[in-house]
Design a protein around this ligand. Structure first.
Ligand code: PMP
Ligand code: GLN
Length: 380
């Protein structure tokens, strides 16, 4: 049986490859982005309560009202934006799903979609699975800012979507207010729809503030904003997220969603709603900043070079220029199999596997894990 090639990515996603290699070799896993510490006890208890008290059947297609209310209240409090609970938010089985669904609303064969590289590895396949052409633009190293002239030059009459991600995986870069204003100028008088991947919105450091697309009135009216509870509540395996978008966009989103997954996991929605509303969730921002700081100070004892501290996300890039000149893929494999620490090679985030000899560490880990990993790296 020959199945059609729906996208150009070959092989298995790097996150699966590196996590499997870490398991096989008993390496400390700083590759795939997931925390290794427990979730809040209250949240776990709410999940049990949901299952024990009969919240086990399909939730309404847009998501449990109690969760949609809790999220909208939270955004009002944190960003002072009003979101209509009935017509502007849809709970999804994770942000990856939300991104695919949003692309599917917008793209048709022959369209073009712009993305900024290095990029989360589902973007290009998702664009191509909808018959459209991915137009990757490289961010400017070493701080991975957007070269807006390049973005402007990439816009054609076929450009239908642009996806962005801030705080950024894998570089930890964060957009400024000026970035948003420049994007607004570029897309003015075009048909471009924005997909704003803000899954790390609460993981931002050094006193910086996350600007959401929802705060920018001109952009908000042409955007799908995508979020993941996994990053905020340290439960990536629950695969629950949401999409916030204007009414017409949400209607289009739900037309696809109702026939793709129909709804998202009910007990998880119940637990997240009650935890969010209780106000007792741990301060994930402070916890993650502390981890970033610890990791940066420990890394000073290793031969790795850190050109730019992560300003947000779970991730820190590091250069191994002082260790050897292997390709980043070979280096990541060698580090896992020979030195017991798994990371992600950054070439995996480029369509053309551009190799800048950088690897990504995930610091969303317990202090013991980070210390044990650096103990191994120190001897390189
Ligand atoms: N976008 C980015 C930039 C990510 O790093 C991830 C991975 N967590 C996602 C989207 C997907 O999130 P989820 O696990 O909710 O699908
Ligand atoms: N977003 C996570 C990362 O970048 C992984 C998600 C996945 O495994 N697809 O590591």
């Amino acid at each position: 049986m020959q199945f059609p090639q729906k996208h150009s990515a070959t092989g298995t996603t790097i996150f699966t490859v590196m996590s499997a290699l870490a398991t096989k070799h008993g390496a400390i896993n700083l590759s795939q982005g997931f925390p290794d510490f427990p979730i809040d006890k209250e949240l776990a208890d709410f999940l049990g309560e949901a299952a024990h008290h009969g919240h086990n059947q399909y939730a309404p297609m847009p998501g449990l009202p109690v969760l949609r209310h809790a999220v909208c209240n939270d955004f009002k409090r944190r960003y002072n934006v009003d979101i209509d609970v009935d017509t502007e938010i849809t709970i999804t089985p994770g942000a990856t799903y939300g991104i695919y669904t949003a692309f599917t609303c917008v793209l048709q064969p022959g369209d073009e979609a712009i993305l900024l590289e290095p990029a989360y590895d589902s973007y290009i396949p998702n664009i191509e699975m909808n018959g459209a052409k991915a137009v990757p633009i490289a961010l400017s190293a070493p701080d991975f800012t957007v070269d807006w002239n390049k973005v402007k030059a990439a816009v054609t009459s076929k450009t239908r979507a642009l996806i962005l991600n801030t705080p950024h995986n894998p570089t930890g870069a964060v957009w400024t207010k000026e970035d948003w204003d420049t994007l607004a100028d570029i897309v003015k008088n075009t048909n471009i729809v924005i997909l704003s991947d803000e899954v790390y919105e609460q993981l931002i450091f050094d006193g910086l503030r996350h600007y959401s697309v929802l705060e920018h009135p001109e952009l908000r009216e042409r955007s799908f904003a995508l979020y993941s509870f996994g990053k905020v509540f340290n439960n990536t395996g629950w695969k629950t997220g949401y999409c916030i978008a204007p009414m017409a966009y949400t209607t289009a989103f739900r037309r696809i969603h109702q026939f793709l997954s129909f709804t998202a996991n009910t007990p998880a929605q119940y637990a997240l709603a009650h935890h969010l509303a209780s106000g007792k969730a741990s301060n994930v921002q402070a916890i993650m900043e502390e981890k970033r700081n610890l990791f940066l100070s420990l890394m000073k004892e290793t031969p790795f070079t850190i050109h730019n501290p992560a300003r947000g996300s779970y991730f820190q890039l590091a250069s191994y220029e002082r260790i050897n000149d292997m390709s980043d893929m070979d280096f990541a494999q060698w580090l896992t199999t020979e030195h017991g620490v798994a990371t992600i090679p950054i070439s995996a985030f480029y369509h053309n596997k551009k190799d800048d000899k950088l690897i990504r560490f995930c610091f969303a880990k317990q202090e013991e894990t980070l210390r044990a990993a650096v103990d191994k790296l120190r001897c390189l």
